[in-house]
Write a protein that binds this ligand. Structure first.
Ligand SMILES: Cc1ncc(C[n+]2csc(CCOP(=O)(O)OP(=O)(O)O)c2C)c(N)n1
Length: 652
């Protein structure tokens, strides 16, 4: 191995070893094993500019094996990113340090995505690669033409999401996607042959990927493989046979180097073995300078690109169409003109028609339920293998990857991804939804068939606890609109929430319109608002969402006949309502002694609104297979039953 290469890669190794040791926690094994591959990648291939981490046409580097975060922080520091200093590396894993335990996405920092839950980064990278192809088609090769590299380990490749994402990437022939597989055959429990006997070559080739096997510590082999994949016609994986904890006399090749500090004595032995005679965190200036030179090459790449980009900037502005307000306004007017009973999934399709007609930054899709989720409109063109002029992705039955890919699409640039499945299968999406929320990405989840109202498909398909669970995720807006007007307004809010992902929970069954008057005002923007009252002075507040707002209005009228007067509050988004000023919440929740809630789902998240005196009407059991009106009856969600119980409550 050449001395210069040794020095560069050992700088990564020792920064990682020292940071983990100082923090008394972390994962040194992977950075030590993959330091050679990362060095060759950054030195010879990766196009990036530490002076401008947001340069649009940079190559993306995703560390899917997020536990090896010190590899990324070392590379960013060594190449000269301002986001990571030696001081922040010394604060690895400490409160508020950018060098968090696992990489956490920060705009303009070089940390392209949050990773740690294994496999997510692979799906993000597939999203990056799709975004690159979509933009390339729109803006031309001279503006966008970059690679996406993803470093994944055995763990990432064991996760189900990797199978979903890699298969779609192969199908779409994402030629600029390159995986560096840290094939060290070790995970936490020991050798991977405890649990895996996959033939990786066959696995990748069956997905339609190139597969190259190399010695991940052989400089020449690494270079040659990376060179080879630059002009690939399909996605490529370079399977790098590496030794975890490379350089450690007693722990290399063993699970003991995976996720704990190596210990003072062992580190001394590694220093001797790798001939690194420097103090902890000390990178000799000649080595640091060499790394900085590698980083400095980036501004030349960007300058060349910028000259062309500047000359085309005005033209580019015209290509990107992202004005949503015309569509929202015209659809609101249509909703008033065409007053009729409509499923909210259908209302969503109608607004999507208008949005898609006037915008080309929305990229739609569904996990094989386009017709049921109503996500595909007449203005959609399908994105196909090697043809990315479209704006709709058939994700196949791959919910988890769909959501991870949408995170990648959103992180890459100004693309706004939305994707559909049944609300019940949000369970298959949850890890990626959580990351959209954590990373503050505008990703829109269209989740239809949102309750027992879907009917005959039965309890396996009827969401119960999903709404409560999703509402408890921080920085996620869960919308459950009650009619066409609310559906339009919720879509508007989702599109305007630049730092919060949204879920639109939509019905299969028809809903009667609640809002029959036009207003420019977005009433849903308060999260909850009054839709009706039976008298000025009332003694009951009925809170409901989605399909149950109509039921709440029936209950309210029924009670009025018995001289119990009430107001109905539609709650399209609890998350937004909870953030309203105290005075507004008081006005909604504290006008009456009694509050009740109605939602055909778990009652858990309504208890905070009804208090000890109130009642929650919902379902805290699994659903039933039957025509939907019968199921509502079975669970007592009828105007008769609910008003009877409320009468008892108020009388007693
Ligand atoms: C979804 C998920 N499950 C479990 C973990 C806990 N975990 C972190 S690393 C790891 C083993 C990863 O093995 P490998 O990819 O081979 O990494 P290496 O040992 O080579 O560093 C596990 C199970 C996780 N981070 N994410």
């Amino acid at each position: 191995m050449n001395k210069q290469h040794k020095d560069l890669s050992n700088a990564i190794r020792f920064l990682s070893i020292d940071a983990v040791e100082k923090a008394s926690s972390g994962h040194p094994g992977m950075p030590m094993g993959m330091a050679d591959v990362a060095t060759i990648l950054f030195k010879h291939f990766l196009k990036f500019n530490p002076q401008n981490p947001s340069w649009l046409n940079r190559d993306r580097f995703v560390l899917s094996a997020g536990h090896g975060s010190m590899l990324l922080y070392s590379l960013l520091y060594l190449t000269g990113y301002k986001s990571i200093s030696l001081t922040s590396i010394k604060k690895f894993r400490q409160l508020n340090s950018i060098c968090a335990g696992h990489p956490e996405y920060h705009p303009n920092s070089g940390i392209e995505t949050t990773t740690g839950p294994l496999g997510q980064g692979i799906s993000n990278a597939v999203g990056f690669a799709i975004a690159e192809e979509i933009l390339k088609k729109k803006l031309g090769k001279k503006i966008i033409n970059h690679k996406t590299y993803v470093l994944a380990g055995d763990g990432c490749l064991m996760e189900g999401i990797s199978h979903e994402a890699l298969s779609l990437a192969g199908h779409l022939k994402l030629k600029n996607l390159i995986m560096l597989f840290d094939n060290n055959s070790i995970s936490i429990d020991g050798p991977t042959n405890l649990a895996v006997s996959d033939n990786f070559k066959k696995r990748f080739e069956s997905y339609g990927w190139n597969y190259i096997f190399i010695d991940g510590h052989n400089e020449k082999e690494i270079f040659k493989a990376l060179k080879k994949v630059q002009n690939a016609k399909k996605p490529s994986v370079i399977s790098c046979k590496t030794i975890i904890g490379y350089g450690s006399p007693n722990k290399s090749g063993k699970a003991s180097s995976h996720g704990s500090p190596l210990g003072f004595d062992e580190i001394e032995l590694i220093r001797k073995k790798l001939k690194w005679n420097h103090k902890p965190f000390q990178i000799p200036s000649n080595i640091l300078n060499h790394w900085r030179k590698i980083g400095n090459k980036g501004s030349k790449f960007e300058d060349n690109w910028n000259r062309f980009y500047k000359s085309k900037r005005n033209k580019i502005k015209k290509i990107i169409k992202n004005n949503f307000s015309i569509a929202i306004k015209s659809e609101k007017k249509n909703a008033i003109k065409e007053i009729k009973s409509l499923a909210s999934r259908k209302s969503s399709e109608l607004i999507l028609n208008a949005l898609t007609k006037y915008n080309n930054t929305l990229i739609g899709g569904s996990a094989d339920l386009a017709g049921s989720n109503n996500t595909k409109t007449k203005y959609h063109k399908i994105i196909k293998p090697a043809n990315f002029s479209g704006n709709y992705i058939h994700y196949g039955v791959r919910e988890h990857a769909m959501c991870g890919i949408m995170n990648g699409l959103s992180l890459h640039s100004k693309i706004i991804p939305y994707g559909g499945t049944f609300l019940i299968f949000s369970d298959y999406c949850k890890p990626a939804i959580r990351l959209s929320a954590l990373m503050k990405q505008k990703v829109i989840y269209v989740m239809t068939h949102d309750s027992i109202g879907l009917g005959e498909d039965g309890p396996t398909h009827q969401p119960i606890e999903q709404l409560s669970g999703l509402r408890s995720i921080p920085n996620l807006n869960v919308f459950r609109p009650a009619d066409r007007m609310e559906t339009i307004e919720c879509w508007q809010l989702a599109l305007e929430s630049s730092k919060t992902p949204s879920i639109l929970a939509l019905t299969r069954q028809n809903l009667n319109p609640i809002r029959k008057k036009y207003t420019d005002l977005n009433k849903c923007s308060l999260g909850a608002y009054e839709v009706s009252r039976t008298k000025d002075k009332i003694n009951l507040t009925i809170l409901a969402s989605g399909s149950e707002v109509n039921l709440a209005i029936d209950v309210s009228h029924k009670l009025a006949k018995n001289k119990i007067y009430s107001k109905v509050i539609s709650v399209p988004c609890q998350d937004i309502f909870d953030q309203q000023p105290k005075a507004y919440k008081k006005k909604i929740l504290e006008e009456t002694k009694f509050n009740v809630s109605i939602e055909a789902a778990s009652t858990n998240c309504w208890k905070k609104y009804v208090g000890k005196k109130g009642l929650t009407f919902g379902i805290d059991d699994f659903g039933k297979s039957a025509p939907y009106k019968e199921i509502y009856k079975y669970f007592g969600l009828t105007a008769e039953n609910i008003s009877k119980k409320i009468k008892n409550l108020i009388k007693n």
